[in-house]
Design a protein around this ligand. Sequence first.
Ligand SMILES: *Cc1c(COP(=O)(O)O)cnc(C)c1O
Length: 358
Amino acid sequence: MTRPTQAIIYLSALRANVQRIRELAPKQKIIAVIKADAYGHGAVRVATALTGLVEMFAVCSLEEALILRQAGIDAPILLLEGFFSADELTTIATQKIEIAVHTQGQVDSLLAAKLPIKVWLKVDTGMHRLGFLPDEVELAWKRLNQCDVLLKPISLMSHFSSADERDSKINMEQIRIFDELRKKIQVESSLANSAGVLAWSAAHYQWVRPGIMLYGVSPFSNTVAKDEGLQSVMQFQSALISVKQYRKGEPIGYGATWRCPQAMPVGVVAAGYADGYPRHAPSGTPILVNGRRVPLIGRVSMDMLAVDLRSQPNAKIGDTVVLWGRNLPVEEIAILSGTIAYELLCHISPRVPRIERT
Ligand SMILES: *Cc1c(COP(=O)(O)O)cnc(C)c1O
């Protein structure tokens, strides 16, 4: 008997979500964003499942890219933060890894290194995180083009700042700024993350860069996967490991923050914040026991949490518990916990086994 806490990864859902991306962006090439261990789903697993279905992968760092290469993934890989020091460049060139470039210092390093590397110039169209401002891009682009060894063409990319808001004017302004620049530099470009794929076809250009939607999660703050035609890929589940009856007024868990309003059954689930369940989930957050919603009660512990079983008097030790998944949107748990689904997925801890299902 092992601890029942698991993250089931449904590969068929993953592939269905890629199909959905193809429908939305039929003429575009897809860069599947699998940084942070594919948002907690396992980067090698996801890359293997998507090989042949997408044109490129994107990760955060060379270390993340090399894990894929060592697993035999040979599709192009884009480093979204580029390189951090010039001594990474030889490996980047030999491993056929593409890079975002966002500072003059990086341009200097590339010109000095003279290596055959494919570059995506990162443009700051308004997010003000990484990238050259629109009026700095041409100079960087010209300097890079003077180097015969760098792979051509140098492409352009940018990123949305307000992707969770479908109607934000900021996104439209970013598209306008990017379009202005693309009148001067006519090369293959990429702007759309998941929100862009779903909502702004003007931002599709030649390459789309979906992340969260691959995993069957809505990027918007007011919809869930089903509303966007997506299938959730991860089911985070465990089981009841204790069921007991308490008297009216008895406290439950750390800090005695919740008291039984009447005599009632309480279940303990083998999942806590050390597994990646959010400690800030309040009492009342839904949890599925045998497929039916029951409320979380009291504080989430490191390894356990408690549920109110009044609506399920027959629940017993060993019964299946779902923390989130296709029948309980992770988006809903995220909102109740004051965070976003991205963070919950990334925070599933290494001690939770990922179990693949086709
Ligand atoms: C993470 C990331 C993406 C994917 O964003 P989603 O909202 O998960 O689709 C795309 N582009 C860049 C630069 C990113 O950092």
